[in-house]
Design a protein around this ligand. Structure first.
Ligand SMILES: Cc1ncc(COP(=O)(O)O)c(C=O)c1O
Length: 387
């Protein structure tokens, strides 16, 4: 398997959120940052070269969206995920979080219920609340670190609330599940029967670390599924604000076009197109190296934590680079911040961010950094919890 060397960089003093935004989020700059989901690695060399060439040209005027950009993505989806995307299904969004907000507005009316499955990436709930809709969570089920969808609960909830939109994370942030074909089929059928639109956020689709393959929800062809994805999470390009929406349904696509014409956000900065194209065309060897590093980081962290803290519950990391650690049997959940942040000096995403106090005592660690940083965080945790 071809690999491009992964290069760790010191990102301090670059105005990045992860290292330079600690004060703003945590009230202290002196923390080891394991929070924001971007990576401390240089993006692929081909992407850096393409951006340098774009910058060197020196004319930053108005540009059209290159055909090559669409072609590179369509090829990537087909080759990596077996999903045959048609060119006219594709639309632009600067970021997935913006798109979540748009679809809440487009598909639902104020006050209506929007369904999510907590614990889940908190901007899902923000998109609902920011638009005056009601969050309705059908919490995932958990058994000893193995997470699954509560299908019976979902059917009941959709029937009771009349919700017309499900925002779904696949692979799932933060519990690292890569959903199986059976799970996805069942989910799609439940939603299709009730006319519920699935907004399938697949931004982590390429970050597959276990045996299971990622299956694009929409590739099953059941019901009305909108896919959100991009090169941004896979190749560390989030700051370039470029993502894809895939809308196979003619009617929803027509309504979406009317909607985006109304807010006039139909394309983005040309550098985003340049970077995404280079990443899809040449980024695979880098991605191979990244996945290997992430697996090693996870395995090392997991084995040391499980040895020292047998009561911690850590799900298998099938996808994403985000490690969910349930420490509820290792500490008083009310003391999580005092121990993890104040005593250990680690900045994490706290469990309650993903859906409230139900997950107080859980944390999410970002593993897309050097093994040294990962192990430093792990050892600080172990020291604090085994004192
Ligand atoms: C599930 C999920 N969706 C969306 C995003 C962010 O997307 P964007 O930066 O394109 O708004 C993230 C970032 O961590 C994420 O985990």
């Amino acid at each position: 398997m071809e690999r491009e060397a992964l290069i760790y960089v010191d990102r301090k003093n670059t105005d990045c959120w992860k290292w330079d935004g600690l004060d703003v989020q945590f009230g202290s700059g002196d923390l080891l940052p394991m929070w924001v989901a971007d990576m401390d690695f240089l993006c692929p060399a081909a992407v850096r070269q393409a951006i340098s060439a774009w910058a060197a040209h020196g004319v930053y005027g108005y540009y059209k969206t290159p055909d090559r950009y669409f072609d590179s993505f369509i090829r990537w989806e087909k080759e990596e995920h077996g999903y045959a995307v048609q060119r006219d299904w594709l639309r632009f969004s600067p970021g997935i979080v913006s798109a979540l907000h748009w679809f809440v507005q487009l598909v639902t009316a104020p006050g209506e219920a929007v369904t999510v499955m907590e614990p889940v990436y908190y901007p899902f709930m923000n998109a609902v609340k920011n638009n005056g809709r009601t969050v309705c969570s059908v919490d995932l089920l958990e058994d000893g670190g193995l997470w699954s969808i509560d299908f019976d609960g979902l059917e009941k909830s959709l029937d009771e609330t009349g919700s017309r939109l499900l925002i779904f994370s696949s692979p799932h942030n933060p519990v690292g599940r890569v959903w199986t074909r059976d799970e996805l089929e069942r989910l799609c059928r439940i939603c299709a029967r009730r006319g519920v639109v699935i907004l399938s956020d697949e931004i982590h689709q390429d970050l597959i670390l276990g045996e299971k393959s990622h299956i694009p929800t929409a590739s099953l062809g059941i019901g009305n599924v909108v896919t959100c994805c991009s090169a941004s999470k896979t190749f560390n390009l989030a700051g370039l604000k470029n993502s894809f929406l895939i809308l196979p349904d003619d009617d929803l696509r027509r309504r979406f076009d009317e909607y985006v014409n109304g807010i006039d956000v139909i394309d983005g900065p040309s550098v985003g197109y340049v970077a995404a194209t280079a990443a899809f065309e040449h980024g695979k060897p880098w991605l191979n190296a990244l996945r290997e590093q992430l697996r090693e980081n996870y395995q090392a962290a997991c084995s040391e934590l499980m040895d020292a803290l047998p009561d911690a519950v850590i799900p298998p990391l099938e996808g994403t680079y985000l490690m969910w650690i349930d420490l509820r049997r290792c500490l008083d959940p009310q003391q999580t911040k005092a121990i993890v942040q104040d005593a250990c000096g680690i900045a994490v995403d706290f469990g309650e961010w993903f859906g409230g106090d139900k997950w107080l005592g859980c944390i999410r660690l970002n593993l897309a950094t050097s093994m040294d940083n990962v192990m430093l965080a792990v050892r600080r945790l172990i020291a604090a919890l085994t004192e």
